[in-house]
Design a protein around this ligand. Sequence first.
Ligand code: AMP
Ligand code: ZN
Length: 486
Amino acid sequence: MYLYNSATHKKEEFKTHTPGKVQMYTCGPTVYHFAHIGNLRSYIMEDVLEKFLRFQGYDVNRVMNITDVGHLSGDNDEGEDKMLKGARREHKTVMEIAQFYTDAFFADCQKLNIKRPDVVQPATGLIPEFIAMIEGLLDKGYAYIAGGNVYFDTSRLERYHIFFDHDEEDLQVGVREGVEEDRNKRNKNDFVLWFTKSKFEDQALKWDSPWGVGYPGWHIECSAISLKYNGEYLDLHCGGIDNAFPHHTNEIAQSESFLGHPWCGCWFHVHHLNTSDGKMSKSKGEFLTVSLLEEKGYDPLAYRFFCLQSHYRKALVFSWENLDNAQGAYGKLIARIAGLDPQDGPVDPETVAQQREKFIRAVGGDLNTSLGVTALYDALKLQANDATKLAVLAELDRVLGLSLREKAAARRAEDARARESASHTGGITVDGEGDPEIDALVIRRAQAKKEKDFALADSIRQELNRRGVQITDLPGGVRWRLAGKA
Ligand code: AMP
Ligand code: ZN
């Protein structure tokens, strides 16, 4: 399998530290609000990557943090804690906000068939580990204390800006116009490991530490959580592209300085979901959520299908028209699969194995999910019986996660129910106002007419008239309306 590694700027053959085992880490959500569908694009693509690794036989240990403290409004240690902002917005405590939006995040993930990682660790649950790592960095001379805070000293590194070939001058994120520079920092890219003093003194959650009562910076959580659950060697680190700098750059700085050896083999960054006005982001106020898609009548899996159709390393533009197209194509695909007969067997295991290999080659070129989707259409065109086609589709869907089998079965059951009810009514369709009792009378009258029992038909019509129902016979069916509305 080949993956683009943002740290080396190349597509590389994916290798792991321990053969057959993948230590995988994913930056989790900051739980101060609902995830928007841009955030979820990143998690969908990371989920496909994880499933694709397992599909190839790797034993994957996937770890995710939940950021419930320390992520300030600006990624460069400026502004107030996002969690506090959420709590103030909703007149709740920070922990209530964290619990509510963590649950909401995993509920969205479930709707999108995103598997829950093996380990999920909220930052507030591991403060002693963060403190120990910061102490280690201080002991080794990679950190300093200034103005009550502990900072990482980037001047101690031989190499810092690993994801970019930019000049250091271009990376002055801390010195944006209108933002007061933190005068405690010795170098402009230095970042906070532990706060005891910030301009926002009303920080809700604080812990005791060797440097005073305070709270951790955002970056240290990912280094320490990964170290605890993935061990000293990480094979794969994932996140959205906006996390590459400063967050991931700072994770590398901390982890490698602490460990004294190279840390992570491959960095996987998902590019952004944009709207026509630019990147989708929560700070702009309005943003799209999974619930909103559902309210508008979209199947969340149609959004997953939409994401799979394009490459993770390209920005993806969201529009309702694009989502309509994806929903239409997904529905048609399900209908075609529902048309296959599961009884048309037996399954040919050789065909399944061949298609599996072909799929691995196609998707294995830098997680090419659109070729993965194409493979589904190829499976429908195979020279094979239906049971074999269904087996191939089920196999590929272990990676793509589109619930093809379940959706097709539901569709078949729905079609069977429609046929069944049509047979009960002798194929008579009723266009009424949603009253099953009247529907039944209307059908009985139509059946009586068919059987030339006109006396019965007339008496039912009189009964319907008494109830204020007006009926119109149409070819193949009957329309009824309550009088006055006909
Ligand atoms: P956050 O909850 O802000 O910490 O972000 C969660 C994840 O979503 C991170 O991996 C971000 O890099 C990623 N992300 C943020 N905005 C977008 C976007 N518009 N498109 C795709 N991924 C995003
Ligand atoms: Zn992180």
